[in-house]
Design a binder for this molecule. Structure first.
Ligand code: IMP
Ligand code: MG
Length: 165
């Protein structure tokens, strides 16, 4: 087990991201959190932002343990109002980028005016997508991590710091 980000480092980084996001938008974006992993990041981010954004969540599942599954399941509220909005996806971690691609495709169908991504953690060495997240908290090596919302088989989400397993 090795600590990847302490509680203090996370707090400072979330504050920095909140400022960057506040400055990047003229009107408050619609924050779309990806469950389950992003619930703590979203809760802290939204309280640090000053622009009073609206919040919505999507459910995505692409992992079983540390092994990646073949398909990415994304569930969205069919009544979710995304059209005409500036949308910011809020992700705990972007690894290969496959989950993000699936979420982006689904959200673009609903015609937002813009679609950007805030990722607390980014495993840039593993990333195979074409659009890197616009707002990144920490770039980390390709090791499996838990804590601050991230789990291994449902465990570790409540750990206040981020560590390898
Ligand atoms: P991707 O599709 O490969 O980018 O994987 C992204 C998703 O896999 C994230 O939304 C997480 O749910 C999960 N994931 C990837 N790496 C980790 C990790 O190190 N710890 C916990 N979950 C992870
Ligand atoms: Mg996730």
């Amino acid at each position: 087990m090795a600590v990847v980000a302490t509680e203090e480092q996370i707090r400072a980084t979330v504050t920095r991201l909140a400022r960057e996001i506040d400055h990047a938008y003229t009107d408050p974006p619609l924050l779309v959190g990806i469950l389950n992993g992003s619930f703590i990041f979203m809760a802290d981010l939204v309280r640090e932002m000053t622009c009073d954004p609206e919040v919505m969540f999507l459910q995505a599942n692409s992992y079983e343990g540390v092994e990646q599954r073949e398909t990415v399941d994304v569930r969205i509220d069919p009544h979710a109002k995304v059209e005409g909005r500036e949308v910011l996806i809020v992700e705990d971690i972007v690894d290969s980028g496959r989950t993000l691609e699936a979420i982006r495709a689904l959200l673009w169908e609903r015609r937002p005016v813009s679609l950007r991504v805030a990722a607390l953690l980014f495993k840039s060495q593993n990333f195979k997508g074409s659009n890197r997240p616009e707002f990144v908290g920490f770039e980390i090596p390709s090791e499996f991590v838990i804590g601050y919302g991230l789990d291994l088989n449902g465990k570790g989400r409540g750990q206040s710091y981020i560590s390898t397993v």
